[in-house]
Design a protein around this ligand. Structure first.
Ligand code: MF3
Ligand code: CO
Ligand code: CO
Length: 267
């Protein structure tokens, strides 16, 4: 399928959706504490999206071919869970580290972003994995410019993660995004420089590396959604939605509480 090029009007819509998605993460941050359940986080985010923002939680009832409808409004992936963790009765405890992944729809446009959250006091190893994954996402983002290739993005991420002794999950990737949640192109988080599709201004896609402390292999749980590491090692993920501009990139999933503010100010 052809990759869609967003019009100036589309880009305005994507900026708004992106900011709102990021603001859900800002909103939920103080609630991520020992003793809270992941379903309580889901309920809080759902109510904020629907009642405060007037956005639609894109995951709710999302049903790609071969899947059952996703039952919740956000994804919460704890410790060895890689992605698509389904919120439930699990009580978070000090030392847990989780990814919260938010996708909102506003005026028909999608904004998709995730961050890692420490619960109470986390281990040095968990902090390092989260920090290296965040930096790896940024290595990928920094490759984004007209004329660069998808392989340039993947290679930068892979090099950073593997250079720190971690492994890249290969079964899931970033994706084009706009009026459609998941559209072409696929953004692999590994690759060879100079290979793959060339980037053009007006493309919008996510970069969302999943990086494991141990082996790269994954397994799907019986709920049909939650992905875990096969070896039960820790996994981390960060995600932004980005736009290819005439000169480079613009990160669309930005808000007051973005932990990336230093990098965003420099961009
Ligand atoms: N937000 C996820 C992504 O980054 C997709 C979640 S699909 C869901 O692409 F149904 F699990 F929510
Ligand atoms: Co995504
Ligand atoms: Co996401």
């Amino acid at each position: 399928m052809a990759v869609s090029i967003k019009s100036p009007q589309d880009i305005e819509g994507m900026r708004l959706a992106g900011r709102l998605a990021s603001e859900v993460l800002d909103f939920i941050t103080p609630h991520v504490v020992p003793g809270v359940t992941t379903e309580a986080l889901d309920q809080l985010c759902h109510d904020y999206m629907v009642n405060v923002q007037g956005t639609i939680p894109a995951p709710l009832n999302y049903c790609p071919p071969g899947y059952t409808p996703y039952p919740k409004s956000i994804c919460t992936s704890v410790n060895h869970q890689v992605c698509h963790g389904v919120p439930g009765s699990k009580v978070l405890k000090s030392g847990d580290v989780l990814n919260i992944d938010i996708t909102v729809i506003k005026d028909g446009y999608h904004g998709d972003t995730s961050r890692m959250f420490p619960v109470g006091q986390i281990s040095v190893a968990a902090k390092r994995l989260s920090d290296v994954t965040h930096a790896a996402m940024w290595k990928g983002i920094e490759q984004v410019a007209p004329g660069k290739t998808l392989g340039d993005i993947g290679h930068a991420i892979q090099r950073h993660a593997e250079g720190h002794g971690y492994s890249i999950v290969r079964e899931f990737c970033g994706h084009g995004i706009g009026k459609v949640f998941h559209e072409d192109p696929q953004i692999l988080h590994y690759g060879k420089p100079g290979t793959g599709m060339r980037l053009s201004p007006g493309m919008t896609f996510t970069i969302e590396p999943m990086i494991n402390q141990g082996r790269p292999e994954i397994r799907e749980l019986a709920d049909g959604w939650t992905i875990v590491t096969k070896d039960h090692s820790l996994s981390a993920q960060w995600e932004h939605t980005v736009l290819v501009t005439e000169t480079g990139f613009e990160v669309l999933t930005v808000s007051e509480g973005s932990p990336d503010w230093q990098r965003l100010a420099a961009a």
